[in-house]
Each structure stands twice: as structure tokens, then as C-alpha cells.
Design a binder for this molecule. Structure first.
Ligand code: ZN
Length: 139
């Protein structure tokens, strides 16, 4: 089964050391994720690609105990659904990214703990394994 990214332009692919693909305003330097074509803070449309740090600090989190509404959710439902953690991870002091967490037990997570970007299987599609990004605790 081949692995394919959930979408183009979200993270570097293929990569042993994946990074999220954000953007940075060349005028005011604000960093966004996902990448945007215009700055959310100033009138600039001069955004350049900016690869985000692979590690960051956990800022806030919770557990998704039931399948979210679909769309946009496109993962397993019914008996196939497995609860997963979701949270915000601050990367490089530049931007907070909302993402899945590999850890679904909130008591195993602590504020400020170091997290690392990983790519994880999300679902199967047309015989391919669709990969998405998540953060896992380091160490
Ligand atoms: Zn700007």
C-alpha cells in the first residue's frame, strides 16, 4: 500500500524529518500556518514559504472522543473511530499550530512539554494510505 499526503503543500513530502509548510510576511514577519497568500496582520501580499520548526511546546489540548461532523472530518466513523488528542503546539516562538496529538490520554500531557512533528496514517483511500501530521511527546 502506497503512502500519500492528505494534501499538497501542508508538510514536506516525502521526508524523514518532516516540516510543516507555513508562510511568512516579508513586510511584518508574521508567520502563518497553513500558508496564506496575504498577510493576516498588515496589507502585504508578499508572503514567502516558511518551513516551521519540527519541535515545539504544548500550549493547550483536549481529547476528541467522538467523530467530528463530516465534512470537513473525513476519518473513520462508527466502530472504527478511535478517540484522539488535539492541541495547540507553539513552534519556534513563531506560531501556534492546531494539530492531532499521538497521545489521547490528557493526563499524559503537561503544559509546555516538548512535542515533535510526525506523520501518521489517517485513513485508506483508493488503496493508498493517506498520511496526516500530528505531534508526539518527545522522550
Ligand atoms: Zn504582514
Amino acid at each position: 500500500m502506497a503512502q500519500v499526503p492528505i494534501a499538497d503543500g501542508i508538510f514536506t513530502w516525502p521526508s524523514d524529518q518532516p516540516q510543516l509548510i507555513g508562510s511568512r510576511c516579508t513586510l511584518c514577519q508574521i508567520v502563518t500556518f497553513p500558508a496564506q497568500v496575504s498577510c493576516p496582520r498588515c496589507p502585504s501580499t508578499a508572503m514567502e514559504e516558511h518551513l516551521l520548526a519540527r519541535r515545539g511546546r504544548l500550549w493547550a489540548w483536549t481529547t476528541q472522543d467522538f467523530p467530528p461532523p463530516s465534512p470537513p472530518y473525513a476519518g473513520p466513523t462508527g466502530d472504527a473511530f478511535v478517540p484522539f488528542g488535539v492541541g495547540y503546539v507553539e513552534l519556534g516562538g513563531e506560531v501556534r499550530v492546531e494539530a492531532r496529538l499521538t497521545e489521547a490520554d490528557p493526563s499524559a500531557l503537561t503544559q509546555g512539554m516538548e512535542m515533535e512533528l510526525v506523520l501518521v496514517p489517517f485513513r485508506d483511500r483508493d488503496g493508498d494510505e493517506v498520511m496526516t501530521f500530528a505531534f508526539r511527546p518527545v522522550g
